[in-house]
Design a protein around this ligand. Structure first.
Ligand code: CA
Length: 474
């Protein structure tokens, strides 16, 4: 109901997002069309003795599409996230491969459509040795480590809790965070016990606000590893529910009366401050030009955290744009242009192969990828070499395909729907009846792609046991 109630707000955000992109472009003197005509920046091949670039992937969780400045937020500001995006390339047609947390992360971290290996569901809170990212799948951290990088993961994992699924078993030298899908950020009212977090294989007590703790650990990771190439996966769980923010951030939010939205804004402020501190540290260590930074969100805004998806239809858990299109930026000063907008459709799966290309690294032999190296897409708005993007979620009950300007969506046993995203980004007019041939072709394309997917390999949930309730398995 939230989204029905917020129709007028959404309309305002339509203008907001357009205004935002236009402002960015105007300030840079560029447009999307000009991007394509701009003289291509030559790729700078890493010299054999040159330092390999550090790579940082900053992921946020369940954020609304219209909840950063560069996608049109109006009721609070995200100056540090915007500065990061402005110093690089903003991708306006970027997608997660699932509308929920864990499958989306499984896709990103392997560079493959996660349905290829049956990671279609969110693992429930268990240390069941069969519930997690299948161990045969190699991760981006495995690749980086194999290429001599020091690797770290911070924040939300959500790819399995049994020891062999934990970050330290999946290519990460260092890990600080929690294994499940959500976590308290601070003790609840009336509770004084510190948060319980994991540092590598051990449980530790954490007294700081969790978002601040993750920032502290990120800054420390960069400082400690400044002499060697590093890969950092900074997975903030903010602004995923529960809505919790300390007074120091709450009091900085002015002009938002609705208490949940105010807390959400305060949580975003903490993330934004974190991004700022991380970049300040990189600058202080003179690593800014040696560090490639991706910023993105794992799925569309949820209905339980007061996020706003702007002009996009629906939310997390759906195949409409509000479920899968996400804010996305790539920043690498001196190597990628600044103040640039890329409007080509891209996927989170592209992060892994793009990182490899940027650093001239070798892939592990046993990794079949669906992602693409999008360096030239980022540099020159060049179309990536694939005809379509595909989605499958909820045991195949939700399906979608994007081809050029068109998006096909099919829910359960319903007929396929077709939308023209170029003229109707809000997916308000189903034009399947007007374009039956295209609709049938995309339906067939989905079926063809789906032949290479497998059934989910772990159950959606099991009988809850006392152990499942809040305790972190070790
Ligand atoms: Ca999420």
């Amino acid at each position: 109901m939230k989204f029905l109630d917020q129709t007028s707000t959404r309309r305002r955000f339509v203008r907001g997002a357009l205004w935002s992109a236009a402002t960015l472009l105007a300030s840079s003197g560029l447009s999307c069309a000009q991007n394509a005509q701009t003289k291509p920046l030559q790729a700078k091949a890493p010299k054999s003795n040159a330092r390999k670039p550090n790579v940082i992937v900053v992921l946020v969780d369940d954020m609304g599409y219209a909840d950063v400045g560069f996608t049109g937020v109006r009721d609070f500001t995200t100056p540090n996230i915007d500065a990061l995006a402005r110093d690089g390339v903003i991708c306006t047609n970027a997608y997660a491969t699932a509308p929920v947390c864990s499958p989306s992360r499984a896709g990103f971290i392997t560079g493959r459509y996660q349905t290829r290996f049956g990671h279609e569901r969110n693992p429930f809170d268990t240390d069941d040795p069969a519930v997690g990212l299948p161990v045969e799948q190699k991760t981006i951290a495995d690749v980086m480590k194999n290429n001599g990088y020091h690797t770290g993961a911070l924040g939300k994992w959500h790819l399995g809790q049994a020891p062999h699924f934990q970050p330290n078993s999946r290519g990460f030298d260092e890990w600080f965070g929690f294994l499940g899908g959500h976590h308290d950020y601070m003790p609840r009212k009336g509770e004084e016990a510190p948060l319980k977090i994991m540092r590598n294989r051990e449980k530790v007590e954490e007294k700081e606000y969790l978002t601040d703790a993750l920032t502290r650990e990120a800054v420390s990771f960069v400082d400690r590893n400044q002499q060697q190439p590093f890969f950092l996966y900074l997975a903030y769980n903010a602004p995923h529910a529960p809505l919790q923010a300390p007074a120091k951030y709450q009091k900085l939010i002015a002009g938002i009366e609705e208490p949940n939205r105010r807390t959400y804004a305060a949580m975003m402020l903490a993330v934004d401050e974190g991004v700022g501190k991380l970049r300040t540290q990189l600058k202080a260590l003179k690593l800014e030009k040696d560090t490639l930074i991706f910023f993105w969100n794992d799925n569309g805004g949820a209905t339980n955290n007061s996020s706003l998806n702007g002009e996009l239809r629906e939310h997390k858990g759906t195949m409409y744009e509000g479920g899968v299109r996400v804010p996305f930026s790539v920043t690498w000063p001196g190597h990628l242009p600044a103040n640039r907008v890329c409007d080509q459709p891209i996927l989170s799966l592209d992060i892994l192969p793009t990182t490899l290309a940027a650093a001239n690294l070798k892939l592990l032999a046993e990794m079949p990828l669906d992602g693409l190296n999008i360096m030239e897409t980022l540099r020159n708005n060049q179309a990536p070499a694939r005809a379509r993007l595909y989605w499958r979620w909820n045991d195949g009950k939700l399906r979608a395909v994007r081809e050029g300007r068109y998006k096909w969506v099919r829910r359960g046993g319903y007929k396929g729907e077709l939308y023209d995203l170029q003229s109707d980004i809000g997916e308000t007019k189903d034009i399947a009846a007007q374009k039956p041939e295209l609709t049938a072709r995309l339906d067939a394309a989905y079926e063809e792609w789906n032949k290479d997917n497998i059934d989910p390999v772990f159950p959606a949930r099991a009988k809850a046991t006392p152990k499942d309730k809040g305790e972190l398995p070790l």
